[in-house]
Ligand binder design. Structure first.
Ligand code: XIL
Length: 333
């Protein structure tokens, strides 16, 4: 009876702490004022990450002006509530301001801009952000490098030179904060496939040459129509090869899209959360299991017509079957 009671009182955070994992979620400070939002952040999570607030566009919308208001609110909330902050993201092709995208900048200017951006943003949160997604989504599905303003459009001086620009960004980030853990983060790299092969080759090379890299982030945006046994087996094997490089592993953006909100779909969703959390539980190098939001009320998935319901809590902050399944997976049950 007592054991049963203790079980039901165990939050995700407590379950994770007993199993080598922080439990994180993406957040938006606009919702801190909602009592349930705030309460769940404090009780269920040990890490928060700005869903948008530290991306290039929101934080550096004008060339000579940074806007830290959103990021500062998140960092202050985390500090007041003993949560860690994960930073996302410094180098990405998406959510870029028009002044970066308008095609007038030369590579030498791009280099000065990015170096200053990394120095300023990472420097401001030195000692407050414990890990950074330094580079996000740099590869195409076939393993080639994705065109991006930072790589080759126009790029900051390394166009056509493979992963050199990623290496340079990591070095700038390390210079700005000696202690923060530096990550490469991507989606579609969960399975062993041409994209994860390319990321693996890059990180193996970086490790061999002592380029500053501490970890790999797997976004893990999931859905029942493809997260099945084959995917899960490949995911587990893939995590092991990255673990064997000596990298820390973060699952950074877990969610599970549905195309209807029926009990049957919720059961499929619970399975997906359970199996992914179980694999994380079994891999000691996984030190963070993070979901991309936690309530359907505010999830990015909920904005797509005919899709959504991707979170462990519904739009009224009630727990769905996915919640218990996620917790059990974290606990290895
Ligand atoms: C998404 C946010 O959730 C949305 O609010 C925003 O409009 C677009 O970006 N991969 C990432 C995240 O690395 O930054 C993205 O976040 C989701 C996909």
């Amino acid at each position: 009876m007592i054991a049963l009671l203790a079980m039901s009182l165990t939050t995700l955070r407590v379950a994770g702490a007993a199993n080598h994992m922080d439990i994180g979620t993406a957040v938006n400070p606009d919702f801190f004022a909602e009592p349930r939002y705030e309460e769940l952040l404090k009780s269920e999570f040990s890490v928060i990450e700005p869903e948008n607030g530290m991306k290039f566009d929101p934080i550096h919308k004008e060339r000579d002006h940074y806007d830290f208001s959103v990021a500062d609110k998140i960092v202050a909330f985390a500090h007041a509530n003993h949560l860690k902050v994960r930073g996302h993201t410094l180098v990405w092709h998406s959510q870029q301001p028009s002044w970066v995208m308008n095609g007038t900048l030369k590579p030498t200017e791009m280099a000065t801009i990015l170096q200053d951006h990394i120095k300023t943003v990472v420097g401001r949160y030195r000692g407050k952000v414990y890990a950074w997604d330094v580079v996000n989504e740099a590869f195409n599905d076939d393993g080639s490098l994705r065109p991006s303003p930072w790589y080759n459009k126009p790029g900051f001086g390394y166009a056509g030179q493979g992963t050199q620009y990623i290496e340079q960004a990591l070095r700038w980030a390390r210079k700005a904060d000696k202690r923060a853990k530096l990550f490469y983060n991507d989606y579609g790299t969960e399975e062993i496939n041409p994209k994860s092969d390319a990321v693996y080759a890059m990180l193996k090379d970086f490790k061999n040459r002592h380029v500053p890299i501490d970890g790999i982030g797997f976004q893990c945006h999931a859905a029942p129509w493809y997260v099945k046994e084959k995917w899960l087996k490949s995911f587990e094997k893939n995590l092991q090869r990255f673990a064997d490089l000596g990298l820390e592993i973060h699952i950074t953006e877990l969610d599970c899209d549905l195309d209807a909100s029926t009990p049957e779909k919720f059961a499929q969703q619970a399975y997906v959360y359970h199996e992914i959390a179980t694999i994380a539980h079994r891999q000691p190098k996984v030190t963070l299991l993070q979901i991309w939001g936690f309530t359907d009320k505010h999830s990015w998935l909920s904005s797509r017509k005919g899709h959504g319901w991707g979170m462990p809590w519904d739009a009224n902050y009630e727990k769905k079957p996915a919640y218990g399944a996620l917790r059990n997976g974290i606990l290895g049950k």
